[in-house]
Design a protein around this ligand. Structure first.
Ligand code: FAD
Length: 461
């Protein structure tokens, strides 16, 4: 099982998206059938209906992170600080606003195309579960307020406890327009619409090699696709390409899902589809499902030597007990609720925490987009528009946006990345435990933990 979400998503007949057999030609070949690849294909079709587009996917569309994630559909308002470090100020606000638009556009797209994926726009709570986290949002809120932008509502301690169903939440700010989704149903839905629009999809067809010929050629076990443009939308698996190997850190995020217990959830006060994250750098994130389960995830899991996505990133998570422990700590009243399933998946963490788009080796005919860093459900829609503009070579707000750059910041080489990264993660985990106990980390632990790149949220101080 890759995730409970995928198990719930309808099976796809093989003949709809066969294996690639033989040598074919396409205008555009997209490698990777997750949200990023699918949104890119859909955006291209919308803008150039005559384009012949082929997607190749190593498994089934959605089998990657897109069918396994927490289903939080968030904007970049909370990342305004990172955006401002990365792009010019106006551009940072424009991109954050565009990411917020994606949350609404996606709702509309699902309705218009009858994609039934439990899209619930019940908001997102950015919460603190201990004193060290309190006010983690202040810097972002102040930056936004200077521009008269107020996407978050400050909630009182009582409000936070009442709405989350747990008094472990001591403060928080609420973004009403955020949403949750059943992520695999969204991925399968996008796949259905792509097929209906004449986009060819080849599944169970991993790219074995990318021939840097002109035009480039994607090689699989039983066939090839030669295309004028190739788009790499392989998320963490992109590290198979030497040019991208050090541009991201592959790190697991791990999820447990409970059995349904809808009535108790409703009487606890957590009665709707509100998504919640705490403000640990190794974030805990949790939401309910339509059938009354809690899906609880924890970021900052394990790394992999040489930054490759190995088998340990698929299936049941080795962190199930740790993640269930965070759930019980946050919701002591639900300790008796059985965990029904758990799984893991890879995150493509960039140094900035933001995605990046560009030309592989500076070539105009091979594009890439990755680095969504654990926040890709909403932003991949924006990524699709950006990659479509790069493919079409149109000069517009997407192709010229601040996230397009041909060289991303690099993580250190091996063995420093793996051993150093493992040490920093251990220190971060220790800080997480100490923060929860109201204790301060020692100088050495604090110093090692501070070497981590900007986290999911910036904790006060
Ligand atoms: C456990 C977990 C929880 C998360 N929670 C959230 C969340 O709540 N909210 C949020 O916004 N984001 C979340 N994310 C991140 C989010 O899921 C991703 O950012 C998003 O799905 C990225 O989409 P993608 O298309 O780039 O990647 P993917 O969906 O991973 O797509 C890449 C595809 O490429 C395919 N592929 C790989 N190698 C090859 C090859 N050689 N040939 C052909 N195909 C290949 C893969 O099989 C895969 O389907 C989470 C991620 C994980 C793992």
């Amino acid at each position: 099982m890759l995730s409970q979400w995928l198990d719930e998503a309808p099976l796809i007949p093989d003949d709809e998206a066969p294996q690639l057999k033989g040598d074919i030609r396409a205008d555009v070949c997209i490698v990777g059938g997750g949200y990023c690849g699918l949104w890119t294909a859909l955006s291209l079709k919308e803008r150039e209906p005559s384009l012949d587009i082929a997607i190749i996917e190593k498994g089934r569309c959605g089998d990657g992170a897109s069918g396994r994630n927490g289903g939080f559909v968030l904007s970049w308002w909370r990342s305004i600080g990172s955006l401002k470090n990365f792009c010019a100020s106006d551009e940072a606000f424009r991109l954050a606003a565009a990411s917020a638009d994606c949350v609404n556009d996606m709702a509309r797209f699902c309705t218009d195309n009858a994609i039934d994926c439990d899209y619930r726009q019940d908001g997102w709570l950015w919460a603190a579960t201990n004193q060290a986290q309190d006010g983690a949002w202040s810097a972002a809120m102040e930056t936004l307020a200077k521009q008269q932008i107020h996407p978050f509502e400050q909630w009182t301690r009582d409000q936070v406890a009442a709405r989350t169903g747990s008094d472990k939440h001591i403060s928080g700010v609420f973004e009403p327009s955020a949403a949750t989704v059943q992520p695999a149903l969204l991925a399968r839905g996008l796949r259905r619409i792509a097929l209906a629009q004449g986009i060819r999809i080849f599944e169970n067809s991993p790219m074995r090699r990318l021939k840097r010929t002109r035009p480039p050629c994607v090689v699989t076990a039983h066939g090839t696709i030669t295309a004028d443009k190739v788009v790499i939308a392989m998320n963490a698996w992109s590290t198979a390409l030497p040019e991208l190997r050090r541009s991201i850190l592959v790190i697991s995020s791990d999820i447990v899902a409970t059995k349904p217990f809808a009535e108790r959830l409703i009487s606890s006060g957590w009665a709707d589809g509100m998504a919640i994250s705490d403000s640990h750098t190794l974030v805990n994130y949790y939401r309910t499902t339509r059938d009354g389960r809690v899906v609880f995830g924890a970021g900052g899991g394990f790394l992999s030597y040489a930054n490759r996505v190995r088998e340990k990133f698929d299936g049941a998570t080795p962190r199930a007990a740790e993640v269930a422990g965070y759930f019980h700590q946050t919701y002591p009243a639900f300790r008796d609720v059985a965990i029904a399933s758990h799984w893991t998946g890879p995150i493509d963490r960039s140094l900035s925490g933001l995605p990046f788009f560009g030309h592989l080796d500076g070539r105009g005919d091979i594009l890439y987009g990755l680095g969504f860093s654990g926040n890709g459900v909403g932003p991949t829609m924006l990524g699709g528009k950006t990659l479509a503009s790069l493919v079409l070579e149109t000069r517009d707000q997407w192709s010229e946006c601040g996230l397009v750059r041909d060289s991303a910041s690099q993580f250190p080489p091996e063995p420093m990345r793996y051993f150093g990264g493992t040490m920093v993660l251990a220190a971060k985990r220790r800080v997480k435990t100490l923060d929860d106990q109201g204790q301060k980390p020692g100088m050495l632990t604090g110093a090692i933990a501070s070497l981590a790149p900007a986290g999911f949220t910036k904790v006060k101080g």
